[in-house]
Ligand binder design. Structure first.
Ligand code: SF4
Length: 383
């Protein structure tokens, strides 16, 4: 690939949602324009910048080039992936990145694209629309284009521009709501309030774009746990997002919230209290048709998934059972889950898994007294 106009080649950002595992990752902006949420250390110390539209167009052309090359070799050799690998000899580092992106996207069916990094919708609508149209033109088989966005940025976009983005092909947005309790939003420095969350969510829905909202059990700490559940449920009821995704709070040492824990300004919830908070939220989701997803390793129950309202009882049953269990059984589940032995509560009925969990419990010397600090430490390994 040739470099021009300060173009330094194809780029990749650090993260994508779990649901975008087979997507092409296309970096539109670098890092996070806000970068102040106390629980988040993802882009700490990294400067935000918008990438020029023409550079992103070059990234799209680069992917098209490698997809064509790979498809040619596969056709000529009868799907010989060893011959495909030979194509990367002598490529620059950024072209290798593009080559591997093209190859894994091709293997994933080339149906979806995820726009990175934290808040693509902060860029001017005209530029984003140009990128979306070009992407759809070069790859007409794409079925879904998704982006992260902050509520604050979405709320500033007028309905006409959002509709144009939808028409140009942006058909799913993930918003990190985390909480809709103003006390919580204020404390964790989210830079948005409940009303703006609601306004932004409703705007996305009105534009006909599929909406995922993230909820973070534990983010209110002990002080605002009830508000975190109830206020968030109320906002979600007003938005009716297509997806509600659960992502339980963890507090690694690198984030500002860790200092608040050390100084006593924030009292974290234990896993049992987080489970009760999640149940409180689910119990108060009313009159909506969202699909709840628990697709993150930090969540205590992977099986808390389903469509509202019909799956509500099925979703809440394992949480109720867990909360009703004897404390020694709760302890065993927590250890099994945090060690990656259990994925859901019913795994406790599996004799083999149960034996593994009992061994882990003994090996880690976990007791009712130290389980909270032990679990917090274990969760850091998954961030
Ligand atoms: S807006 Fe998102 S990426 Fe940016 S600091 Fe907050 S949580 Fe992190």
């Amino acid at each position: 690939m040739t470099a021009s106009d300060n173009y330094h080649g194809f780029e990749l950002g650090p993260i994508r949602p779990p649901s975008e595992a087979s997507s092409l990752l296309l970096r539109i902006t670098r890092n996070c324009p806000w970068n102040k949420c106390k629980f988040c250390g993802l882009y700490r110390g990294e400067k935000f910048s918008l990438r020029p539209v023409k550079h992103i167009i070059q990234d799209i052309d680069t992917i098209r080039f490698f997809v064509d090359q790979i498809q040619d070799v596969l056709q000529q050799t009868g799907t010989n992936y060893q011959q495909v690998s030979a194509l990367q000899a002598d490529l620059s580092a950024s072209d290798q990145l593009a080559f591997h992106s093209a190859l894994s996207w091709l293997r994933g069916g080339m149906k979806s694209v995820f726009l990175q990094d934290a808040n693509t919708l902060v860029m001017k609508p005209a530029g984003l629309i140009e990128i979306l149209e070009y992407l759809r033109h070069v790859f007409p088989g794409i079925e879904r284009i998704t982006s992260y966005a902050r509520s604050q940025s979405v709320a500033r976009i007028n309905d006409g521009d959002l509709l144009r983005m939808a028409k140009a092909g942006l058909n799913r947005i993930h918003i990190g709501m985390e909480s809709a309790a103003d006390d919580v939003l204020d404390f964790i420095n989210k830079g948005v309030d409940k009303q703006t969350h609601i306004l932004a969510g409703q705007k996305v829905k009105r534009a006909g774009i599929e909406l995922s909202e993230y909820f973070m059990p534990g983010l209110g700490g002990k002080e605002f746990s009830t508000a975190n559940a109830l206020e968030t449920a109320e906002a979600l009821n007003q938005i009716n997002p297509d997806f509600i995704r659960i992502r339980t709070l963890a507090i690694p040492e690198a984030v500002d919230l860790y200092q608040d824990v050390q100084s006593g300004r924030f009292t974290p919830l234990g896993d049992i209290e987080k489970a009760a908070e999640l149940l409180l939220l689910l119990d108060h989701l009313e009159g909506i048709t969202s699909t709840v997803k628990s697709d993150h390793i930090l969540n205590l129950f992977q099986e808390v998934e389903g469509r509202l309202p019909e799956d509500k009882l099925k979703m809440t049953a394992p949480i109720r059972s867990f909360l009703a269990m004897e404390s020694d059984q709760q302890l065993l589940y927590l250890v099994g889950r945090r060690c990656g032995i259990f994925t859901e509560l019913s795994d406790m009925e599996d004799t083999e898994l149960r034996r593994h969990a009992e061994k882990a419990l003994a090996a880690h010397h976990v007791t009712l007294d130290n389980v909270e600090s032990w679990a917090a430490e274990m969760m850091q390994r998954f961030i």
